[in-house]
Ligand binder design. Sequence first.
Ligand SMILES: Cc1ncc(COP(=O)(O)O)c(C=O)c1O
Ligand code: FES
Length: 457
Amino acid sequence: MASKLIASTLRKTLTKAAKTAGVRSLSNATAAAVSTAYEPQEDQNGITLKGVRIAGRPLYLDMQATTPVDPRVLDAMLPFYLSRYGNPHSRTHLFGWESEVAVETARSQIADLIGASPKEIIFTSGATESNNVSIKGVMHFYKDKKRHVITTQTEHKCVLDSCRHLQQEGFEITYLPVGADGIVNLDELRAAIRPDTGLISVMAVNNEIGVIQPMEEIGQICKEFKIPFHTDAAQALGKIPVDVEKWNVSLMSLSGHKIYGPKGVGALYMRRRPRIRVEPLINGGGQERGIRSGTLPTPLIVGFGSACEIAKKEMDYDHKRITALHDRLLNGIKEKLDGVVVNGSMERRYIGNLNLSFAYVEGESLLMGLKEVAVSSGSACTSASLEPSYVLRALGVDEDMAHTSIRFGIGRFTTEAEVDRAIELTVKQVEKLREMSPLYEMVKEGIDIKQIQWAQH
Ligand SMILES: Cc1ncc(COP(=O)(O)O)c(C=O)c1O
Ligand code: FES
């Protein structure tokens, strides 16, 4: 009873938020429903963002880590938790049938966003699983003839770790370097190809710096050498146009929670013509054509499908809005501070990811002073490792600049007010640290600090 009441109240609120927001307008109402920093308040026009700031809640600018669920997505999911909870594999009753229809609708919505056929979509728990099954699964399946994989140094940890695992089994891996702009060199890729190369795996959009690899060109090379092409498109889906035909990919990893869908669900695109085969990671009831056994999580899948449908409709709109917010953020910071460097290519970059380094400040102190903004950093003080980001190091970013890097992630629900506050806090903190820095003092006096011979201890 209680859950029914909660559900109906939640439904009403969310439906109202979505309706007020309209399908295309992502103004106050929808944003308010998902805002972390503002308590949504109702006025005569519905919900507005002009609520009170929730004390102690930082602003969320970490959209590459994860996104909030779009209220319209949650609205689509709720019935599949509460009343339509059948197992989509149950063949004997309505509950099963309606869940199966919902799963197949979602499969089409996902396929539609990447130019694939629904038959080529396998549901998984997320991009990590899809990457694992793509890399290990392909190499295990073709292990008698193919012993070599080509990937890049800037892939997501789960790709690199799957490759390391293969190395332990005796496979050989080439980790291609990238240029200072974060992009792979196509000649180096060609040169790395061997007769026993069984897979080329290159991500579409990098999660740390947002750079977009030349997918069509890599796809062409793979076609020429008849090598399967896998791409981790977790950060690309719904953000930039993705087309499995144009890119000539055989396998593609996708994730729900990066595109305003739920966490814990993802997909693997597997080409049917020419057919690509993998050895499954999970064995069992034979669901998903034996490639991924286990009961499908209908509500999550419905949410993922709905998120893809919204992304397809609103990608252009989101892109325009996010570009404006990106420009506001970058210009706002650069107007007030010198020594700010954008990491990664400026031309080939997904605009919702702005990774900046700040010269002449101490990385740890910068982060400590930015507690009010939830961002990600390339410095080791946020993680267990002692090295700064391996992605920035692959670009050749100086150690001190890598330590002061901050990734600002802008998304569908980010507001101008949030961007303005982030500018204010960042500028304030950098200025404060520079005031205390003897190094910055010297730079202002015109001394070239790179020429100074520091005493060695
Ligand atoms: C590029 C990239 N690949 C893979 C993943 C992992 O995705 P998931 O959380 O769905 O396993 C992420 C997210 O952290 C990512 O950014
Ligand atoms: S800034 Fe903390 S480890 Fe580099």
